[in-house]
Write a protein that binds this ligand. Sequence first.
Ligand code: SF4
Ligand code: SF4
Length: 193
Amino acid sequence: MSPIPGSGLAKGLAVTLRTMTKKTVTAQYPDAQPELPPRSRGVIGLFEENCTVCMLCARECPDWCIYIDSHKETVPAAAPGGRERSRNVLDRFAIDFSLCMYCGICIEVCPFDALFWSPEFEYAETDIHELTHERDKLRDWMWTVPAPPALDPGAEEPKEIAAARKTAEKLAAAQAQAAPLPDPTDPPQGGAS
Ligand code: SF4
Ligand code: SF4
């Protein structure tokens, strides 16, 4: 059966009439910035102070886009008669974001909390080589990583915070013991002359 002449036009006009009064959903980026959830996968930040160069992230990355170079350094014995130790020193840490598929595996597997998601996403380049972010750039992204969400009120105190608090309490107690007691015969300080 052939369609009624003009029915297509009527359908089109009906859609226009139905939607013309609705609020527009088109975001005028970059004039209007999107409101992203704080944990969005924008770019990866490296907290290199935590990195032990264990290479786990580079080995697990499905795209092989994490490049790490390091060398070994000998640390002298902490006490006389002790043994020297060796440790890895990071020389290069880079991520090629032109290959990265934002799976987050590197962040999940890092045993030392050295990699974090940042919601920053505006790092497009005209030269693909610029998408390989080296160590310093990855370190700078750490400034854009949002603070972790607050703990549940009934949650156990994190081990690191508990240890730091105990150390601070011990130090304060030691300082209070070491401080000389005030002499009761001394004139009061700061009085009117
Ligand atoms: S997010 Fe995935 S693809 Fe990207 S660097 Fe990490 S492991 Fe590799
Ligand atoms: S898994 Fe973590 S600690 Fe190990 S090399 Fe990667 S970033 Fe460094």
